[in-house]
Design a protein around this ligand. Structure first.
Ligand code: HEC
Ligand code: HEC
Length: 433
């Protein structure tokens, strides 16, 4: 190499060949939805650790120049969606009912080739942009693995530039959702019902059921997957039903179970979650105590609503969490039930992986966990349905007035709920990449 290497001309000369790679990277990063906005984060797609991809694809590498809707999925030979629960989850009295049912139904902790085949099909449907009206969106456009299957925008960009009405929800430990209702307004009771919703929604996928069937029939990579999941002959018009599509998606989402965080690593070392965890810093242990301890006993009382080892919805709703309703165009559960006591109540989503799921709340109003903790400490607003857990003895909205180091401790504790393996687990990753 001779001469100066810093002039614009020579940089262009030297780097022109990287252009196609850069373009390909941008396409990959945007999952076909280039307009998701600068704050959206690309899904984490780990390098393949499984041997010899087989089945639906014929090529071992993916040509990144091929548009998303023309790509074929690559699936591993064998993959198990079996879930084995750690002892602290199995024996959690707050989870026994739900986990017992799941174990009874053979949903967890059991090898099931049928369930595996259904979930593997669900994985492809989840990531396939052909499953949307304009062939540009998939479930994964708004539910990105690296963000625990939510996105980083306040409202998600859907079909034709329209945005969703609410903040996208993270999809984690949905099987442990104790009140068994889904969406911020708890409008559906099963994951199967839920999975049909985005197809019907003109802003989300906007693809009528008949077209879903047609699209699947036109994409031959679905043939082996349908036959494996539903038996020989399952790949024909009257056999490819919305029920089966929904079941496959539901099985995939049921298997998205996350118990591999530093919290879990500490939890198995002690007999009660109230004991200090040996793997935690003093600050994290302080935050854990504040989180778990009820307010009358000097804590911040978070576990009253974000309960159980899944840190999710308690069996019955706990009412409104004191967000200033601001404009009242979104009335939450009340919109579905018409029950006044549920006006402005929203689902308590899981706090697992909360570090990567912001912005927060049904309307994505808080950008950071610090803002969330400030809300519970200082800004709980009054409302006829404000939870009793967020009222003081006189019935006024609670003022925890947490000291700065207490706020920092609660945030540090929330960060221990991040399960990096879950965010990169190949079983949940994009098979089209
Ligand atoms: C355009 C963005 C978008 C697309 C596409 C999309 N979702 Fe969602 N998803 C959302 C939003 C926003 C919510 C919250 C909606 C609400 O509560 O009204 C949500 C909620 C959910 C929930 C509820 C989680 C809970 O804890 O209650 C599940 C499950 C889900 N989506 C799965 C899917 C599946 C499966 C697909 C594809 C078939 C899909 N989503 C497609 C944006 C999207
Ligand atoms: C009275 C029940 C209740 C208590 C107590 C409570 N929360 Fe919540 N929390 C909720 C509800 C309900 C939501 C969802 C509200 C919404 O989006 O409108 C929520 C949402 C959140 C979210 C955002 C979740 C997301 O996916 O966007 C975080 C983070 C959170 N709470 C942390 C905490 C912490 C930390 C504490 C203790 C200081 C706490 N919560 C106490 C009921 C509660």
């Amino acid at each position: 190499m001779t001469g100066p290497t810093t002039t614009a001309g020579s940089i262009v000369d030297r780097l022109w060949w990287t252009l196609p790679i850069l373009v390909a990277l941008v396409i990959v990063a945007c999952t076909g939805e280039a307009s998701l906005g600068p704050s959206s984060t690309a899904p984490v797609t780990p390098p393949s650790s499984r041997p010899s991809p087989a089945g639906p694809t014929t090529s071992s590498g993916v040509d990144q120049g091929v548009p998303l809707w023309q790509r074929r999925p690559t699936l591993p030979d064998v993959v198990t969606y079996r879930v084995d629960l750690p002892e602290h989850v199995r024996s959690d009295p707050l989870m026994v009912g739900e986990t017992a049912r799941l174990l009874d139904e053979g949903l967890l902790e059991a090898d099931s080739p049928t369930r595996d085949a259904e979930a593997a099909l669900g994985r492809v449907l989840f990531y396939d942009v052909n499953m949307s009206g304009g062939r540009s969106l998939s479930c994964a456009s708004c539910h990105l693995q690296g963000n625990s299957f939510t996105d980083r925008t306040q409202f998600s960009l859907g079909t034709g530039g329209a945005t969703t009405r609410r903040n996208s929800m993270s999809l984690v430990n949905l099987v442990f959702n104790e009140n068994g209702r889904f969406f911020w307004d708890e409008r559906v009771a099963t994951l199967e019902e839920q999975a049909v919703d985005p197809f019907r929604d003109p802003i989300e996928l906007g693809l009528p059921p008949a077209e879903v069937t047609d699209r699947i029939l036109a994409l031959d990579y679905y043939q082996p997957m349908f036959e494996e999941a539903f038996g020989p002959g399952a790949y024909q018009a009257d056999e490819i039903t919305m029920d089966r599509v929904a079941l496959a998606l539901a099985q995939f989402m049921r298997s998205m179970v996350s118990f591999g965080s530093p919290y879990d690593e500490g939890r198995v070392l002690v007999s009660s979650n109230l004991e200090d965890f040996p793997n935690f810093s003093d600050e994290e242990n302080q935050g854990k105590r504040l989180f778990l301890t009820p307010v009358p006993e000097g804590g911040a009382g978070c576990a009253g609503c974000h309960s159980s080892e899944a840190f999710t919805t308690p069996p019955t709703g706990r009412g409104n969490n004191g967000l200033d309703p601001g404009d009242t165009s979104d009335l939450g559960v009340y919109e579905i039930t018409g029950d006044e006591s549920q006006r402005s109540s929203f689902r308590v989503s899981s706090l697992r992986n909360i570090e990567v799921t912001g912005p927060y709340m049904h309307d994505g109003r808080f950008r950071s966990l610090e803002e969330v903790v400030d809300h519970y400490s200082d800004h709980v607003a009054d409302h006829p349905n404000l939870s009793i857990l967020l009222r003081d003895l006189d019935g006024a909205p609670l003022r925890l007035n947490l000291a700065p180091e207490q706020r920092a401790a609660v945030v540090s504790f929330l960060l221990t709920l991040t399960d990096r393996d879950f965010l990169t687990d190949e079983r949940f990753s994009d098979p089209f990449q």
